[in-house]
Ligand binder design. Structure first.
Ligand code: ATP
Ligand code: MG
Length: 328
């Protein structure tokens, strides 16, 4: 299998905006949010890599970095072996046809004054693909494929005139219209009704094989990742703590954080109750994350070495990596 994307030692720090008083009190100390902290991974062509973890773990930041919607503080991103962090604006423009993002909230990512047809056609106009008649034909045919039917009827509708599930399909169609090969799906079903979620996931699976797509699928919910992903990376406070095939991760989870997340996956049988609090305590601040292993204050297995040593992400069985010093 061919490697499509590779991130090497990717890091993103956001400066913390402070008031004048805060600056005085903090003694002008420059503070940063460690949103993504030196992570490396790759995605093979045709693969679905899941990125899972609690809120604030750096999943969206990672997705945005891969598409260069934000610039990394350090590290490289290779797309088909070429370092896109050094691409010119022109080269990036051309690449944007091939790499797209789908956000979680269709309502805020759709312009209320743009009809469904115009919204889906918009990227074609940006990238100057086809004339208006050709564009309309492409949009109508794609609308059929994503289940926006009758396409002729829905083409003229505005976002407030269609359902939440249909809006999410519009967002997907808009991402697919330029025939991309890589899609970052950032919690694409998080805002959808429960009844719609399964349909959208199924649709994403169908579109993936039909359009030969590769996905980075971002989710805080491992149950969803299980359905769609070939491989899953678990993030905690900006770092990847475990990564492996879906089956390996679900059958043989290694990292205490992954184990805790798996215990939080709802059990379909209502007679079986799950433990109330799965991971102890709140996720700490990404401004001053705990030293050593970020997870140690919440980990029931922590030993004193965990407070001072950053555990490396290392292979424990072929292609299954974990970052816990207790693995060794
Ligand atoms: N533009 C920004 N400026 C400052 N801090 C930011 C910015 N974007 C993200 N952050 C911070 O970076 C960290 C990671 O955020 P990110 O949005 O990547 O997390 P996430 O895993 O996607 O969370 P969620 O599940 O809530 O979407 C958080 O602490 C967040 O507050
Ligand atoms: Mg996010």
């Amino acid at each position: 299998m061919e490697e499509l994307i590779r991130a090497d030692n990717l890091t993103k720090e956001f400066p913390v905006q402070k008031s004048f008083v805060d600056l005085l009190l903090a003694g002008y100390k420059r503070q940063v949010v460690h949103a993504v902290d030196n992570i490396s991974f790759n995605i093979m062509k045709g693969e679905v890599l899941g990125l899972a973890g609690e809120s604030g773990s750096g999943k969206s930041t990672t997705g945005r970095l891969l598409l260069r919607l934000i610039e990394p503080t350090s590290g490289t991103i290779l797309y088909k072996g070429r370092d896109i962090t050094s691409f010119s604006t022109r080269e990036m423009e051309r690449l944007r046809e091939r790499i797209q993002i789908v956000f979680q909230d269709p309502n805020s990512s759709l312009n209320p004054r743009m009809s469904v047809g115009a919204a889906i056609a918009h990227p074609l106009q940006i990238h100057k693909i086809g004339n208006s008649r050709e564009q309309k034909g492409m949009v109508l045919s794609l609308m059929e494929k994503v289940g926006l039917t009758p396409a002729d009827f829905l083409y003229k509708k505005y976002p407030h005139q269609i359902s939440g599930g249909q809006s999410q399909r519009v967002v997907l169609a808009r991402a697919l219209i330029t025939n991309p090969e890589f899609i970052v799906a950032d919690e694409p079903i998080a805002m959808a009704d429960v009844s719609v979620r399964a349909l959208i996931l199924e649709l994403m699976k169908k579109l993936k094989s039909e359009f030969n797509l590769t996905y980075l699928f971002i989710t805080h919910d491992l149950a969803t990742a299980k359905y769609l992903c070939d491989r899953i990376a678990v993030m905690y406070l900006g770092r990847i703590v475990e990564m492996g095939s879906r089956d390996e991760l679900f059958l043989h989870p290694h990292h205490p954080y992954t184990k805790a997340l798996l215990e939080a996956v709802p059990i379909p049988d209502p007679r079986q109750r799950r433990r109330e609090e799965v991971v102890r305590g709140e996720i700490p601040s990404a401004i001053e994350p705990p030293p050593g292993c970020h997870f140690h204050p919440r980990c029931s297995h922590a030993i004193s070495k965990c407070k001072s040593h950053r555990p490396p992400l290392r292979e424990i069985t072929p292609r299954h990596l974990s970052a816990c010093i207790l693995d060794g």
